[in-house]
Design a protein around this ligand. Sequence first.
Ligand code: TYM
Length: 333
Amino acid sequence: MKKKIFSGVQPTGNLHLGNYLGAIKNFVELNNDDENKCIFCVVDLHAITVNQDPKELKNNIRETVATFIASGIDPQKSIIFNQSKVSAHSEAAWILSCVARMGWLNRMTQFKEKAGKDKEKASIGLYSYPVLMAADILLYDTTHVPVGDDQKQHLELCRDIAQKFNNDFKTDNFFISPEPLIQKEFSRIMSLKDGTKKMSKSELSDLSRINLTDEKEQIINKIKKAKTDALPLPTTIKELDSRPETKNLIGIYSSLTGLTLEKSVEKFAEKNFSEFKESLTQILIDKITPISNEIKKLLSEKNYLDEILTEGCKKAEIISAEKIKKIHEIVGF
Ligand code: TYM
């Protein structure tokens, strides 16, 4: 069966190793399989659920497209577009927000984390964010959604919304419940400063993450300063459970080299961190600096990036307009 793939990335700057290993690397593999139809969306409507500087947002939209391409996504094979330019997304999000239940949204852990203690001051958009995400996915009859582990709950909500819409309007299989594609291992890359916290673009310290635009010297410095513990490297995977920073660094190494966690542990068993960090730094430089250089090159070709978005928007518009038309008929507009 042909897979219909849809995924999105927020253009909020500082795309990092977590975005790459958790999602974008998987996008590239799916894009390379000619059996798949892939759509990759720069979710700028999601980005404005928290404050954005308009000028920076514009640059970050282009930088996200540049990152997709620099990582290996082929715009001839996959549709790349930005969400705000295809109005069906906002429209479907409203209709689906009349299907989704408050109780379902109240359970979303990402909202709780992002809103923090003062949730009265969070935007309504931040709260209803997962409904817009469901609209993104359902408009394209998506069968599979490649994401990092942190988006799992949002995908379950998307499936619930699809089912409720189908039940409420007695339209069996009108919306397809998508399957998440989450890597079994390394689906959550953690901060370099705290192995219990997710690597994130909103973390204040830049030393907590490897950005996809980092240069060689920055990578060397960040891995040198990455938190470890006082013991030598473990001999068994089991030992990693009580050593979150070590687990994360070995996980990053495994994910980049394609080795299993077991094999990586075996390779560095009882070695000291300086030796392991040297190997990790080298593999990061080998994988990330070509992407970083290509992003910088592409950013100087603004017209090329804008053209990709314009072409992608046209294609996305055709598919989503057809679906929205059917939604109107079903709802009774
Ligand atoms: P966003 O922009 O926060 O992240 C983009 C992708 O990167 C993954 N990711 C991680 N994976 C592993 N470890 C990490 N530390 C890490 N940090 C981020 C995310 O899981 C995600 O796959 N809501 C989504 C964007 C979205 C979307 C969609 C995704 C909007 N509509 C429709 C899929 C389908 C988000 O905020 O991603």
